[in-house]
Ligand binder design. Structure first.
Ligand code: SAH
Length: 368
């Protein structure tokens, strides 16, 4: 049926996701409403600089235009449903409800160099990494660009509320739930929008995209002419060990991933980060460190060691501190730069996807 062929829901019809439109697209959309180009620029600034969540805030647009926009392009701001504050380091974890009722989580981490936000790119995840809580219930859906932006904007608004008009997010890592390369177009759109000089203007150098190693995505990303950082979740020095932790290792070998990383470096000149979750008895021996160093040799890169965060539903054990230090030293001895990720918010559902899962469990238990 013709009237049903165009969905009213932005997720199924991104053409109506106005808060995810690039400046040119927005100009086109306003032109069809009979408006001049500068109106689109005003609207863009409201959405992406002032982080407005409703047309009512946009006082330099006429009432008539605001009404027309609200009818044709309803805004769908995120709703904060939970905020948890770590007593240890001030990390804040957020649960946001999307317009369709799904919930996602985001994390605000406080560093000396600024405020870093870790955002989700999907509701759930289908990659199935064995140690990860985000993937326990599979993938529900990918996020729109506006829903990725919304996580940063809502946290910006919250920071201003807490700490005054100058408080803001300075870094974004796409390292929450979901695989960004499986939501490629929206992920790239997000980076272009959030770094837009007429908008929120976060430098692309302060944005990191983390992938479990989707090789065609890495290559395509290298060709985008962006200057964002690429992080690879490697977690093992060889394919056999990697397959035990990450099903995606059956699709792409470490050799293929490394070739794609070299290509990324050639195209962008950006140092690549490798994430390596240390799991007791699986990937944490001296020999593992040596083999890992051998793999990475010759690429301008950096290893981020993460003692695995035990997830209630999984039985992985984190190595103790001295063991982690030994692993780091071994890598450095082999010429590979390595740091140990400082654990943030350990008292508030630490690992990826845990807050959302405990929320979903709670609401199931209470019949919600
Ligand atoms: N899908 C992307 C981004 C999301 S996961 C990716 O795989 O990179 C963000 C990072 O947290 C990844 O390196 C992931 O492997 C890691 N991670 C997930 N669960 C973890 C856990 N329980 N302990 C330590 N690291 C974990």
């Amino acid at each position: 049926m013709v009237e049903n062929s165009i969905s009213e829901h932005p997720e199924e019809n991104p053409a109506i996701d106005i808060a995810g439109m690039l400046p040119d697209e927005l100009r086109g959309a306003l032109e069809t409403l009979g408006e001049k180009k500068y109106r689109a620029d005003q609207l863009f600034a409201w959405l992406h600089q002032k982080e407005a969540v409703s047309y009512d805030e946009m006082t330099n647009l006429s009432k008539k235009l605001r009404q027309a926009l609200a009818e044709k392009y309803p805004l769908a701001p995120l709703r904060m449903v939970r905020e948890q504050v770590s007593k240890l380091d001030g990390t804040r974890k957020y649960l946001f409800a999307l317009q369709d009722g799904n919930v996602i989580e985001s994390v605000l981490m406080r560093y000396h160099h600024g405020n870093s936000v870790c955002i989700s790119s999907q509701v759930g995840c289908r990659m199935g990494c064995r140690f990860c809580a985000s993937t326990l219930n599979g993938l529900v859906r990918s996020l729109l660009a506006s829903e990725m932006l919304g996580q940063v904007y809502m946290i910006d608004r919250r920071l201003r509320e807490l700490e005054g008009p100058d408080a803001h997010v300075s870094n974004v890592v796409i390292m929450g739930s979901g695989e960004p390369m499986e939501n490629y177009d929206n992920m790239v759109r997000f980076i272009r929008l959030i770094s837009c000089p007429e908008g929120r203007c976060i430098s692309q150098r302060n944005i990191t995209v983390s992938t479990c190693g989707i090789v065609p995505g890495i290559r395509r990303f290298a060709d985008e002419e962006l200057s964002a950082t690429l992080a690879i979740s490697l977690h093992a020095p060889d394919d056999e060990k990697r397959k035990k932790l990450m099903p995606v290792a059956n699709r792409y070998s470490i050799d293929e991933i490394m070739e794609a990383c070299h290509y990324f470096f050639r195209k962008t000149g950006r140092r690549v980060t490798f994430e390596y979750a240390l799991v007791h008895g699986q990937n944490d021996t001296d020999a593992d460190a040596e083999e890992l160093a051998g793999r990475l040799h010759g690429l301008n890169c950096h290893v981020n060691l993460i003692p695995v965060n035990p997830v209630r539903e999984r039985s992985f054990i984190r190595p103790d501190r001295t063991h982690v230090l030994t692993f780091q030293k071994k890598l450095e001895k082999c010429g590979i730069n390595a740091t140990i990720r400082r654990e943030m918010g350990a008292d508030i559902d630490g690992a990826c996807g845990q807050l959302r899962n405990s929320y979903l469990n709670d609401s199931q238990e209470s019949g919600g």
